[in-house]
Design a protein around this ligand. Structure first.
Ligand code: ZN
Length: 137
């Protein structure tokens, strides 16, 4: 794959340097049967350093995951070599089954079928809390 010219796919740009790998893991990109490039520490005029993820496939990404990991990232949709859509990301109000509660006494630890749901409780501090036990994410 020529990482500079995706014909049809998605480019997640302006990822805060160091967060690209976390995003790659939480988006579960390893399970995709597509060419994916994670480029770390790219020089950026605006940000100093940034990470970029390029996915050579037209897939629907979970924007909530991106907003949780890095609300400053941008998502570019490319079709036939042309940028057709640019999406700005916002922090999601709720996160469902993206992260798991770390509290061993949380009800989600014993009730396996429960959804893991976190709510944004402090937008400034980027704090998410488990809706069952209020443990911080
Ligand atoms: Zn919990």
């Amino acid at each position: 794959m020529n990482i500079d010219s995706i014909q049809n796919g998605v480019v997640i740009d302006h990822i805060t340097a160091g967060l690209g790998m976390r995003l790659y893991e939480l988006l579960d990109l390893a399970s995709l049967d597509a060419s994916i490039a994670l480029i770390k520490n790219v020089n950026s005029k605006k940000m100093g350093k940034k990470d970029i993820i390029k996915i050579d496939a037209n897939i629907e990404l979970n924007l909530d995951v991106i907003g949780f990991v890095d609300p400053d990232a941008t998502v570019n949709i490319i079709k036939d070599g042309v940028l057709v859509d640019k999406r700005c990301i916002d922090m999601p109000q709720t996160l469902t089954n993206v992260i798991k509660c770390k509290n061993p006494r949380c009800i989600t630890s014993c009730e396996q079928e429960l959804d893991h749901i976190f709510k944004l409780t402090d937008k400034e501090g980027k704090v998410y809390r488990c809706i069952y036990c209020e443990t911080k994410a």
